[in-house]
Design a protein around this ligand. Structure first.
Ligand code: 13P
Ligand code: 13P
Ligand code: MG
Ligand code: MG
Length: 386
């Protein structure tokens, strides 16, 4: 039977930067394109290769469904070819995201990040692909909430009868390795109670409740704590379907008009604003940032990717960029102090455990405080002792 569904797979990796962690150069993109071009009509229908900072994003359409070995193997091969060049050029962190020497059937957990969705193409199928650098997948918690659950952002929640029954959020507990589904609008407050906590919860998918159609997906696989440590905090990608019963393209983009703070930036260890930019400006250099997000609009047409429209290149986002830079100035003043630096559990690079180790023998007990009990009330305050 002819498969009437199309799959969009966005698979990304950082295989080397020019220079430092700032940019994946053209040579690497060309190497990936050459591999994907060969696979057109064999494995994939269409593709578009782009970059955000030092991350290469392979945007592919095909008929093989999510988690397909051939599609993932193709992405792996493209990144391997790019890695060869990155090593030849001694680019920084060459091959950083190809954590394993050989492909084992699926890129999930192997280094590259991945967001995929399969659907029956609508009469007209607009999608927006977001690609980020210098942040992690929780960067999408806030904007996805605004897109699919905030009527002050998305007018369609109020005015489009096909959206009035709301959306279902699949939220992953990345510490406890479990997931929960929450329905908005009824469970909006419980949803916020979870997703406002970037240390523990990430939105993985959003569905339209009326018919359970997939609406959005984020690359969260690598965002997990194992043995108390973050393994592979990762610059994320996301796919969002737009229009006709989903938020309009402008509603999908609107959350980025007021930049929010995300974890990432220098050494993956600082809070900073996320700046929406066109493809040309996805070149994070100031303190290795601030974090960038690009938004590429496509019309999926019989499985082909028509576009992209470089959506954040629009002048309408100039003020958001200015605001993000002001936010960057303000928070940079804090240097190594919180709230610029991330809490210890979220830092990607930190010497603090080594500092503590080195100082272990030099720590001495504080005098007199042995009287303080839990809650900060001393036995003396209570009159238990003289
Ligand atoms: P290194 O200079 O030691 O690589 O660390 C800084 C950095 O950029 C982290 O990737
Ligand atoms: P990437 O995660 O983009 O490689 O950046 C690492 C880093 O340390 C930037 O300062
Ligand atoms: Mg890098
Ligand atoms: Mg990166």
């Amino acid at each position: 039977m002819e498969n009437n569904k199309v799959t969009i797979s966005v698979i990304k990796a950082d295989v080397g930067g020019l220079c430092g962690h700032t940019l994946a150069p053209d040579e690497l993109l060309e190497a990936c394109e050459a591999v994907l071009e060969e696979a057109v009509d064999e494995i994939i229908l269409d593709y578009y290769v782009t970059r955000c900072g030092d991350d290469i994003d392979l945007i592919m359409s095909h008929k093989l469904g999510c988690d397909n070995e051939k599609v993932h193997g193709l992405a792996w091969k493209a990144f391997e070819e790019a890695t060869k060049i990155a090593k030849e050029l001694k680019l920084y962190g060459a091959g950083q995201d190809l954590l394993s020497d050989s492909f084992s059937g699926n890129v999930r957990g192997m280094g590259p990040g991945c967001a995929e969705m399969e659907f029956v193409e609508r009469k007209s199928e607009p999608i927006v692909v977001f690609c980020c650098d210098k942040t992690d997948p929780t960067a999408f918690n806030y904007p996805l909430f605004k897109m699919f659950a905030d009527p002050f952002n998305t007018a369609g929640l109020v005015f489009d009868p096909s959206m009035i029954s709301g959306f279902r959020f699949e939220v992953h507990d990345v510490v406890g390795h479990k997931k929960v589904f929450l329905d908005t609008p009824e469970e909006m407050y419980m949803l916020l109670a979870l997703i406002g906590d970037y240390e523990k919860y990430a939105i993985k998918r959003v569905y339209r409740r009326r018919d359970n159609e997939i609406a959005a997906v984020v690359s969260t696989e690598k965002l997990n704590y194992i043995a108390g440590e973050y393994v592979g905090k990762d610059d994320p990608v996301a796919i969002v379907r737009a229009q006709s019963g989903f938020p309009a393209v402008g509603e999908v983009l609107e959350p980025f008009a007021n930049p929010h703070f995300v974890p990432g930036w220098m050494r993956g260890s600082h809070w900073g604003p996320i700046m929406p930019v066109g493809e040309e400006d996805a070149t994070p250099t100031r303190f290795d940032g601030p974090a960038r997000v690009i938004a590429l609009g496509f019309q999926v047409c019989d499985g082909m990717l028509i576009g992209p429209n470089d959506l954040f290149a629009d002048r309408g986002f100039d003020k958001a960029r200015e605001k993000a830079l002001e936010m960057a100035d303000i928070i940079r003043r804090m240097g190594p102090f919180q709230p610029h630096r991330l809490p210890a559990t979220m830092m990607e690079y930190t010497t603090v455990p080594k500092v503590l180790e080195a100082l272990e023998d030099r720590f001495i007990p504080l005098e007199g405080l042995e009287l303080i009990e839990e809650g900060g009330i001393t036995r003396k305050d209570r009159g238990d002792v003289e």
